[in-house]
Design a binder for this molecule. Structure first.
Ligand code: NAD
Ligand code: KPL
Length: 301
């Protein structure tokens, strides 16, 4: 069965290259004829690992192709996910499996609501990759891919093992997603506002501690108590362990790219309002970040 990978960016490229070089059938789905032509001219996807580059001639197509899709990795940003799935929805076979790689919360529900005959499986990745150039991806950090839903594990997990893609199946995927969401809400926006690396936030614990307290309340009211346990302590651990890193949001802002703010603080603010949980610090942080983005001419959604 073919792995269709929508999005030839950092994580899509990383997954497609590993699946393809393991001899598994892979098809990349690219945005438009110009991107497809550029990809073909590049001769495939180049993956750089520990300084060594290798090009993999993975076949690619457009969303308008007629090949039915049984297994799809949706590897775009959260804000592109709904449009991306809509572009191929008529190609999905009934019961198709769709892996959702997006950070934050909200896009998974949007996609699942759009393709109700598909089995949507969320993935939370701690692997790191970035685009050095078009179709040239640097594998920058080893990590884990947590994935799961309420059904029995699919039979293709062995293919991930064959491809050397680290993964762990969990029935508690919502807890994983909410925990990562809370960590990202507590860390990423403040790194942008203080224009600093993760470790420098250890000097701003007066802001982080009450923010974590609000996030804990929010998670508890959202029925995600497990994801709220010792949140502040884990935020401190992440800040220490990733002290020299730029958060993903900080990288986006520095590069002048759109951020996934709507799927982090945007989702948190909306959720707090809907559940009538007081969250003044989260909401103020959201407004400060929006103002910061606006002042730099970056999209506010
Ligand atoms: P990226 O911007 O590098 O790649 C996304 C790709 O999707 C781009 O090439 C874009 O052109 C393509 N795309 C968007 N809409 C499309 C469409 N309709 N049709 C075809 N292609 C389309 O993004 P990324 O870094 O791979 O991130 C993907 C998701 O994974 C994000 O939610 C991100 O937060 C998450 N994530 C990334 C990393 C990382 O290290 N890069 C780690 C963990 C999680
Ligand atoms: O996931 C992250 C990100 O940058 O998006 C952490 C590690 C939480 C902060 O850098």
């Amino acid at each position: 069965m073919t792995w269709h990978v929508l999005g030839g960016g950092s994580l899509g490229g990383l997954w497609a290259a590993r699946l393809g070089r393991a001899g598994l059938p892979v098809q990349l789905i690219l945005r438009n004829p110009q991107r497809l032509a550029a990809y073909r001219a590049a001769g495939g996807l180049t993956l750089v690992e520990q300084g060594a580059a290798q090009t993999y001639p993975i076949p690619a197509q457009l969303a308008a192709d007629s090949q039915p899709i049984e297994r799809l990795l949706l590897a775009c940003k959260a804000y592109d996910a709904l449009a991306a799935i809509s572009s191929i929805e008529t190609r999905l076979r009934p019961g198709a499996q769709v892996l959702l790689l997006q950070n934050g919360l909200g896009s998974q529900e949007q996609v699942a609501a759009r393709v109700q005959n598909a089995r949507c499986i969320a993935v939370s990745s701690t692997e790191g990759a970035f685009r050095q150039d078009d179709f040239r991806i640097v594998f920058a950090g080893q990590g884990q891919n947590w994935l799961g839903d309420a059904q029995t594990p699919p039979d293709w997990l062995g293919e991930l093992t064959l491809a050397g893609i680290p993964h762990q199946w969990t029935e508690k995927m919502p807890t994983r997603l909410w925990r990562k969401f809370a960590l990202n809400c507590a860390i990423n926006p403040l790194t942008v506002l203080h224009d600093c690396r993760n470790g420098a936030l250890l000097e701003h614990l007066d802001e982080i501690q009450p923010l974590c307290a609000e996030l804990v309340e929010l998670l508890n009211h959202a029925g995600q108590a497990d994801a709220a346990v010792a949140l502040y302590e884990q935020v401190l651990q992440v800040l220490q362990a990733t002290a020299a890193n730029l958060s993903s949001m900080q990288q986006d802002v520095r590069a002048g790219r759109r951020t996934e703010i709507d799927y982090l603080l945007g989702y948190a603010s909306t959720c707090a309002t809907r559940l009538q949980v007081p969250a003044p610090r989260l909401q103020q942080l959201h407004l400060r970040l929006l103002e910061h983005l606006r002042a730099r001419g970056l999209p506010c959604a």
